[in-house]
Design a protein around this ligand. Structure first.
Ligand SMILES: NC(=O)c1ccc[n+]([C@@H]2O[C@H](COP(=O)([O-])OP(=O)(O)OC[C@H]3O[C@@H](n4cnc5c(N)ncnc54)[C@H](OP(=O)(O)O)[C@@H]3O)[C@@H](O)[C@H]2O)c1
Length: 274
């Protein structure tokens, strides 16, 4: 791909996508970052928005929002429009959590005829400032994975690996499973946040506590039970071992959770009034 080719970033305004965009722009690349709130607008649910964003881009980063399947017609439309390389942001929990929509997206990308790389990240550090932020602020986080160590990874490192796949040839045809440099349990993660912020934050890794909090949030029972079985399989997988892939690809250490927590605390991420 030539250095002045435009790179399309789907989901370019979210946690990972915005970091992919920033890194590409810092490297002087031409980027088209799109979502439902950009101009041009891109909506997975509205095929009328696809053609305009796909025109003239040989390289495409695909990030599917949670629970969103890639429509059958999308990749054929992308290839017709001239896309030749696809980097798919997937999920390391795909098998255990039964994320069939991502399994299908991975298969479709492999079968598309385009050059491809699939990146499967573990939990993001930044989850503690998105969907886990409120429980952390309230002082009690419940995720039914017991004390199994997880491979928390920084979204900046995920983006750096994805940018390497978008701009170089070394990762073509590879499925890369990325974790942070040190696995730690949710209990240990929450304890680090507590120490950095001077707050008391407890962690409960039992299904009972999770069921109770999710019911209080109004989630339907069948959804809660499906999540509990997925998390149960994740717990049964046991402690995650860091894959070391970030370090191999980026030739530098991945960002440690402690460093993330210090930075997030300095940004007042967990202050109640934010
Ligand atoms: N969180 C984790 O620990 C974790 C771990 C591994 C893998 N993952 C995977 O990572 C992905 C989520 O990444 P993220 O946290 O970076 O996402 P995110 O912050 O929620 O961002 C989602 C992006 O998609 C856009 N979007 C949402 N709905 C859309 C629609 N209908 N059409 C077009 N664009 C839409 C959003 O912008 P607009 O709202 O403006 O449209 C935003 O740019 C999921 O596939 C998840 O399975 C997550």
């Amino acid at each position: 791909m030539s250095l002045d080719s435009t790179i399309l970033v789907l989901g370019g305004t979210g946690t990972v996508g915005s970091r992919v965009v920033a890194r590409l722009r810092d490297a002087g690349r031409d980027v088209r970052a799109v979502s439902r709130h950009t101009s041009p607008r891109f909506d997975w649910a509205d095929p009328g928005t696809w053609e305009g964003v796909l025109a003239g881009v040989p390289v495409m980063f695909v990030l599917l929002p949670d629970q969103t399947a890639m429509p059958e017609a999308f990749l054929p439309a992308a290839l017709r429009a001239g896309v030749r390389r696809v980097v798919l942001h997937s999920d390391r929990g795909l098998e255990v959590m039964g994320l069939d929509h991502l399994r299908k997206a991975e298969q479709d990308v492999r079968d598309s005829g385009a050059e491809w790389t699939i990146v499967r990240p573990d939990w993001f550090h930044q989850d503690f400032e998105t969907f886990f932020r409120q429980p952390v602020v309230d002082g009690r986080l419940c995720v039914p994975v017991g004390d199994a160590a997880q491979g928390f990874i920084d979204a900046d490192d995920i983006a750096a690996v994805e940018v390497a796949a978008l701009t170089g040839d070394d990762l073509l045809g590879e499925l890369v499973e990325v974790t942070g440099p040190r696995a730690l349990s949710f209990g240990a993660a929450v304890a680090e946040i507590g120490a950095a912020t001077g707050r008391e934050i407890t962690f409960d890794g039992t299904p009972g506590a999770y069921r109770e909090t999710m019911r209080a949030d109004g989630l339907p029972d069948e959804v809660i039970e499906a999540l509990i079985s997925g998390f149960g399989r994740l717990a049964a997988r046991g402690d995650t071992k860091p894959t070391g892939v970030v370090e191999q690809i980026l030739k530098r250490p991945g960002r440690d959770f402690t460093d993330y927590v210090a930075d997030a605390a300095a940004r007042d991420v967990w202050s109640r009034a934010r």
